[in-house]
Design a binder for this molecule. Sequence first.
Ligand code: GLV
Ligand code: MG
Length: 359
Amino acid sequence: MLRSPKDFFKPLALGAPEPLREIPVTPGRMIHFLNAANPKMVAKVPEMLQQVDVLLGNMEDAVPTDQKEAAREGFIQVVKDHDFGQAGCWTRVNSLDSPWFLDDITRLVAEIGDRLDVVMIPKVLGPQDIYYVDRLLAQLEAKHGLQRPLMVHAILETGGGVAQVEEIALASPRMQGMSFGPADLAASRRMKTTRVGGGHPFYRVRTDPDPDHPEAPRPTAQQDPWHYSIARMVDACVNASILPFYGPFGDISDAVGCEDQFRAAFLLGCVGAWSLHPGQIEIARRVFSPDPDEVRFAKKIIDSMPDGSGVAMIDGKMQDDATFKQAMVLWNLAQQIAERDPEYAEQYGIEAPAGATAG
Ligand code: GLV
Ligand code: MG
């Protein structure tokens, strides 16, 4: 059961900060995964912080069990040693049913709670998981005197999670967004694939037989096995005013497949994706930065109807209230990206502030 709307924004522990009423929309084109138990990856952190919108300390899958503690303590050190600047500081803790979750959350909030923006919770089964994390975070915030509430991001990667995606999105004012996790979701659903995102050659539709040539080859086309779930996630997030992200693309060597998967998610409404390897950072940057022509056109729409009302004709296309809103989404995002990415600032015709770094 959801809390009463009257209580929804009350802190869940005495002394915890008030929950946010609005989720800040900051660029999250790529959420870059760091295993801080790996000294080679840690050495690259300063360079990564110049390039990525979000740097995430990963504790969960892909971190071997004998490195769980090193990944946790390593990330604490990374955060203490570096100024993240404009990059978001996120973590993915181990799942709630693991032996590491409790230490992850208590150590991280105690040591770097004032620096962390978002805590990603994997393998969410339903809103009950978010209620638990919500209360626990409030207790830890109160204990450590944090002034700013931590946000929660759920990974949509279980059949139960998809069935209850709307309830998860609405479960707490901490909910910042969701990422789509095709690997665990495939496992949870017992889908017959070992891939992490992307299409599958067996998932296709075939045209009807030609009655005059029943033996003639019948063309087929590969379909997108993730379309339904990603679209549901986007709707659930929009309904709750939180942000949808695509998660991992596992085949690091397949840059084209990765770009196609990211772009399909972008077109459906996702605002970013995970980068598991430095090579995927640039792909996400290209895909999730709005197209410069679109941004310039959006600016034209806004300039032609500054208060958002009425009707305008631009280059033969009718503009109204709805296209004005679409234009505002693009323009606001472009402005934020321009603040940290001079190359895009130039393409968008927006002046980048002095000190913008990423590229
Ligand atoms: C991500 O965590 C996934 O399981 O795809
Ligand atoms: Mg997973």
